[in-house]
Design a protein around this ligand. Sequence first.
Ligand SMILES: [Fe+2]
Length: 431
Amino acid sequence: MEAVRRRSLAYTDVDEDELVRQHSPLMSPLVWDLAHIGNYEDLWLVRALGQAAATRPGLDGVYDAFRHDRASRARLSLLGPEGSRAYLREVRARAFELLDHLDPALAHGGDDTRARLLTGGFVYGMVIQHEHQHDETMLATHQLRIGAALLAAGLPAPPGRPVARREVLVPAGPFTFGTSDDPWAYDNERPAHRVDLPAFWIDTLPVSNRAQLAFLEAGGYDDERLWSSAGWDWRQREGLTAPAFWWRDGDTWLRRRLGHVEPVPLDEPVQHVCWYEAEAHARWAGRRLPTEAEWEKAAAHDPATGRSHRYPWGDTAPTPDRANLGHRTSGPAPLGAYPAGASPCGAEQMIGDVWEWTASGFTPHPGFRSHPYREYSEVFFPKDGESSAFRVLRGGSWATGAPACRATFRNWDYPIRRQIFAGFRLARDAD
Ligand SMILES: [Fe+2]
C-alpha cells in the first residue's frame, strides 16, 4: 500500500494548475483521481471492512465514477491538491489503525461479507490494484498533456535482440481459462474453466513500430477494404493517418512521449493504436487478432503439466529481467528484450510493455458471480442479445503496476481508444 502511494504522489507532485486542469475531455483532472483513490480506500477498508463511519462524509457523490463522466469532473467542487493529500493521509491512518485491531477470526466467519473480503487479503489487494489502475490512468493524462515533461525519466530498458521464430504454434487442446484460486483476481477473471481450442499460430512478439510504419506506407490508413465499416467511419471522422502522438517531419517520423519529442524507435512495440487500427493492420498482414482465450492459452498454459501459470514464466512474481512493468522505464522495451519472460509456447513480452488488443468483447466467464460490487465488471457486460461495446486487452503495459498484472487479468475499453498504452499481436488459424 505504501509503495503504490509513493507512485500516486509522484504523479501528482506537480504545479497546482497542472493538477486541477482538464488536460483532455477523455480524462479526469489529476486531482480528481488523487482524492478518488482515497475515497475508494475509505469505502472498502474503513467502512465495508472496518465498519466505521466515513472519514469525511459528503465526498462520495463527487468521487463516484458512475455519477459524473470524466469530462465533467473539473466542474465539481473537488478537494484542492493539498486537501486531497490530507484526505489520503487521514484515510490511510484510519485504515491502518483498523488493520491493527482487526479480529483474525473475522476471516473465518462463514459466508459473511467481511469474511469474503478478507479471504487471501482480497480487499487489500483490490485497493492496491485500484490505486495502480488509477496511476496508469494518470500516466495517460500526463501523456495527453501538452507541454514540457513533468515526470522524471525512467530507467533505460534492456536491449532488444532478434528472435529466430516470427510465430509459434499452439497445438489444439483444452486449457484452463481464468482462475478460481488466485487470491487477488477480480470477479471477471473467475471461475477457472476448461476451454478446448483448435491449433493456432501466434506471433512471438507484439507488432513493432517498423511494421506499423510499413502498413502506413503501404497506404493502409487509406484503404477502406482493410477496415471494418465501423472502423472506417471512425478513421474518416477522426482523420486517422498514424498512431496517436506521431507526426512526420520531412522523412522522419517523430513521436511525443510524456513531453519528450523523439524519432519513432522502429524496434519497439507500437502503442497508442485503437482496436480498429489493429484490426485493419491484421487484415493487411493476412492475419487476425487472437481471441482472448487464445491469448491466455499462449501466455499461461504449460503443456508439460497441463496447468495454467500466473505468468508466462511460471508462478513467481515479475522481476525486471522478465517483464517491463510498473513504469521502471518510460515506455515499451525493444522487441526481444525479455527472453527470460517467454511463455511455454515461446511467445515473449506478453506481460508488460503494451496492453494487447484481442478480438474478443468483454463477456462473463461461465459461472461468473459479481464480487464485491456490480460496478467493477458486471455493469460493463452486454445485456441479453446485445454484443459487447468493448474489446478486451491483455497482458498489462510498461505503465501497469505489477500487483495489477497477471495472465488472467482482463482490461476492456472502447475500440476507438488510443490514449491507453495499447498495441497488439497477430495470430492465424493453423490450417
Ligand atoms: Fe476508480
